[in-house]
Design a protein around this ligand. Structure first.
Ligand SMILES: [Zn+2]
Length: 495
């Protein structure tokens, strides 16, 4: 017996209980929520918010997702393009428990309990290969398998780590994904060579069998042809799958997380949709939540774009979303990806101009590039029409939206720190302008003022640190750039 190998008898002796993929995921979620509550002192809602740290979604969305998974449901994540559906689906894989015991020589890593636990064998039967090799009794004959006749000491077991192809598979929905891609197939040429129809050399497991005992991700499920959707339905309904050209059925114990945008919802067959708990991921409705999306997604130089510009990008995209009139061809234009892209491109334009920081023109050009770059159209004319629509929006609204972003940034300070007091606000603005006159954009001087107890500068530094998620010291050095951004974007313009 190879190292790390044991037998089913040992698992039974240790008192281990069989658990389906859905049960294992549920236990992992409950364990993690309990850990976050105990060790980090979070309440339940906060703990659920921390379960998927790579996502930025509203509380309600996470609550629905988590309760669906806890109830053992398969899930359909629904939302507009670029609202974080795929990220969320991937985050479920991150939390999925990876270690488990499998029958050593099984081509689809069956659970040892499928061979030795009669109750479990009924729910999740072993594959034909396991029945043939370890099934005892009249092995190999359909319908003759009986877990009571199997000696657990004869079932070789090893511990495996689930990974792509073994307990995890991803399907990208498109009309070219045929039923065989999900079911797998029996390789007839190989069959002649090997002679044994149940040999792993003969069976080529499709995506469902690859995901057996783990997680199946189906992106854009509505783009799958009907026949392919029906294969998936059978797997979810009956827990089995039949490879092409095979009369045998294989077990399919999977948790399925699918995604779709609203336009394709009508293409999902009703029985399949009935099997999936719907989780909606709308775009975040608050400026703060949209700002968090930027913070999550930014890389490299984009991280140095001053907060007021980031807020300006948020306002531009939120205004677009408010005004956009549906339409598949324009839905990407206001996506979360666009939002991040505007900020990245703003940084690029400033870098190309060799400027220390962006100016409003950089932002405008970045918004135009990022938004027009995401127009889809079925024809040249349609594209031109859509481009004009986006251009007109930018012409009419981008200045004002950018100013609004800067105002939002300043108002956080004005309301929270200055209690919305007009004369304090005026005084701080005058004081900051004096500092600019005296010290310009020298970060050392501003940091010195913050440290030496200039009260306004110190308070504004504290606000910037909190708002932009910076250390106090970093925030102090960024103050001149942030102040100039507020001025350039027109935060203090009289209207
Ligand atoms: Zn097997």
């Amino acid at each position: 017996m190879a190292t790390g190998e044991t037998t089913a008898a040992e698992l039974v002796e240790q008192g281990l209980q069989p658990r389906s993929a859905a049960q294992r995921l549920r236990d992992a979620i409950l364990d993690e929520v309990a850990r976050l509550q105990q060790e980090e002192g979070l309440d339940r809602t906060e703990a659920i918010g921390q379960l998927f740290p790579s996502t930025v979604l509203e509380e309600r969305t996470l609550e629905v997702l988590v309760t669906s998974l806890l109830s053992g449901s398969n899930v359909l994540v629904l939302g507009p393009p670029g609202s974080g559906k795929t990220t969320l689906a991937k985050a479920v894989w991150d939390i999925f428990p990876k270690q488990l015991f499998a029958v050593s020589d099984c081509p689809v890593h069956d659970s040892p309990f499928s061979l030795v636990d009669p109750g479990y064998a009924e729910r999740v039967p072993p594959c034909p290969y396991c029945k043939e090799n370890h099934g005892g009794g009249e092995a190999g004959r359909p319908g003759s398998f009986d877990a009571r006749e199997v000696d657990p000491a004869d079932v070789p077991v090893r511990q495996i780590n689930l990974r792509e192809g073994y307990g995890h598979a991803r399907v990208q929905g498109s009309p070219e994904v045929f039923p065989d891609n999900l079911t797998g197939s029996i390789n007839l040429a190989r069959l002649e060579e090997v002679g044994d129809p149940t040999s792993p050399l003969v069976l080529q497991p499709g995506k469902i069998l690859q995901a057996h005992r783990g997680l199946l991700l189906v992106d854009e499920i509505g783009k799958l042809p009907r026949g392919t959707q029906n294969v998936l339905l059978q797997a979810l309904q009956e827990g089995i799958v039949s490879p092409a050209k095979s009369r045998e059925t294989f077990p399919a114990d999977v948790v399925t997380v699918a995604t779709s945008n609203y336009e394709d919802l009508g293409n999902i067959t009703e029985p399949l949709n009935d099997r999936l708990a719907n989780v909606q991921t709308p775009f975040p409705s608050t400026a703060q939540a949209n700002r968090r999306i930027i913070r999550h997604g930014l890389e490299g130089p984009g991280r140095n774009v001053p907060g007021p510009y980031q807020m300006a990008a948020v306002r531009i995209v939120m205004q677009w979303r408010d005004r956009m009139e549906g339409g598949r061809e324009l839905s990407e234009v206001g996506s979360n990806r666009t939002l991040i892209d505007i900020v990245q491109r703003t940084a690029s334009y400033a870098m190309a101009a060799d400027a220390a920081q962006p100016d409003p023109d950089d932002l405008q050009r970045a918004a135009r590039d990022a938004m027009t770059g995401r127009i889809r159209a079925r024809s040249g004319d349609g594209f031109e029409e859509n481009r004009l629509l986006v251009e007109r929006f930018l012409e009419e609204h981008v200045d004002e939206a950018a100013r609004e972003g800067a105002v939002t940034y300043w108002c956080g300070f004005f309301e929270d720190e200055l209690a919305g007091d007009e004369s304090s606000g005026k005084r701080v603005v005058e004081h900051m302008r004096d500092i600019v006159d005296e010290h310009g954009a020298d970060p050392d001087q501003w940091a010195k003022l913050a440290a030496d107890g200039d009260e306004d500068v110190a308070r504004f530094t504290a606000y910037v640190a909190e708002r932009d998620d910076l250390l106090r010291e970093q925030a102090a050095r960024r103050l001149p750039a942030i102040w100039r951004a507020l001025e350039d974007l027109g935060a203090f313009d009289q209207r």
